[in-house]
Design a protein around this ligand. Sequence first.
Ligand SMILES: [Zn+2]
Length: 241
Amino acid sequence: MSNPKTVLVVSAHAADFVWRAGGAIALYASRGYRVRILCLSFGERGESQGAWKVPGMTVERVKEIRRAESTRAAGILGAEIRFFDSGDYPIVPSQQTIDAMVDEFRELQPEFVLTHSFLDPYNPDHPTANNLTLQTRVYAQALGYPSKVGKPINAPPVFLFEPHQPEQCEWKPQVLLNVTPVWETKNASMESMEAQKHLWEYYTDLGRRRGAQAVRNGAPRDVKYAEAFQRVYPQTTSELD
Ligand SMILES: [Zn+2]
């Protein structure tokens, strides 16, 4: 396909997109969409516990490890990835990063956008990523915002992926996406995240639980794994079914 439809994913740290949206990414990639991940930070301070246990570790080495892991995981899922290296704890987006994200929106003209929840008392970088995504989406709509690429975007829906402890983040599942056909792919990408082995089993259990809930909410019985998302903007529709 010469001009495929696109999906934009904004991930605060190197691995967030794998746990929280790896199924959605693999699913749309398998359908021929161009899926592009913007990774704001390597998560070198806050989300690289495994790497820091190695004696003599340095920030630069942690970043290299996380870059390599994320690049491999994105490749397994069938997505492209761009790293901004905006630091973590805290992520501090520069004006260049903001402008670059507006350019990304305008160039990609995404069908939909995936990012973090509005709140996360366990990791302040996640709301920063949410805020930056929603801001730059709005700027990318504005005719007056300077950008050298593309044209202003319309209003792509934004879906917030599931935080680690949703109740504390005031996040509710409003969409359960069947990711059963690509579960093996998501699993392979999770297993490529060597620095966070403790999360493999956790997110496998979560996928299974959301799959069971999808069936409870009317999905076919062969749905085994799902990912949950919360919408930001109203769904537009002509049908109530
Ligand atoms: Zn994170």
